[in-house]
Design a protein around this ligand. Sequence first.
Ligand SMILES: *[C@@H]1O[C@H](CO)[C@@H](O)[C@H](O)[C@H]1NC(C)=O
Ligand SMILES: [Ca+2]
Length: 224
Amino acid sequence: MTFFLLLVMLTACAATPQDLSGKMLIFPQQTNTAHVRLTASTQSFGAVTVCHRSFTDLKRDHVLFSLATPSSANDFVIFWDEANKEMDPHIKNVKTEYKGWDYKSNMWHSICTTWDSESGLVQLWFDGQPSIKKFISSGSNIGGSTIIILGQEQDSHGGGFDSTQCFTGMMSDVHMWDYTLSPCEIQKYMKGLNFTPGNVLNWSALEFQITGRVLIEDKQKNCD
Ligand SMILES: *[C@@H]1O[C@H](CO)[C@@H](O)[C@H](O)[C@H]1NC(C)=O
Ligand SMILES: [Ca+2]
């Protein structure tokens, strides 16, 4: 009986996952409020892969992915630094810089980032090209009560948003795994082929909550 009640409560609390295949999130306005909060299936990560596609015309700093825990607002963050023209993964509050990518406006870019706590190495994949691997942080998991947000960069656990760092444009195909994907799997993701969906965040079964003006639309298809 107790088990049954617990089951009913759990079912009532859980947001229904939605299949966003073929769809994109639109962030149409610069604000310090509009965002999407994603619900992860697990809360502790000895390794991570995060992939996403984004499309923007921003010519300023902006965030692409923000995961915060109570102890670290930048536990897993992907951030574009416009002044230095670099894509910066932050992992466990440590930043690395990747320069030299052709991060053009007004087109889709596919970005995957891998990290594992054993080697402490991070690697970024940009439109099919792998970066070098860099040491960032080893020896302990990302964990605690994680809050994952698209559209805004967290300076505190679930807050501290800054409109000059928000994302405007479109985002799609956000996946997260609690292991590092093989280069072949990453290439499959980049090419839009069949790949293993994220076991932590799965775009085809995504639990999320929208705050403010963020819309969901079908991705444009080619007409020919
Ligand atoms: C992702 O979601 C799809 C659609 O619900 C499902 O078929 C697939 O098994 C899920 N994959 C994982 C790894 O959870
Ligand atoms: Ca910030």
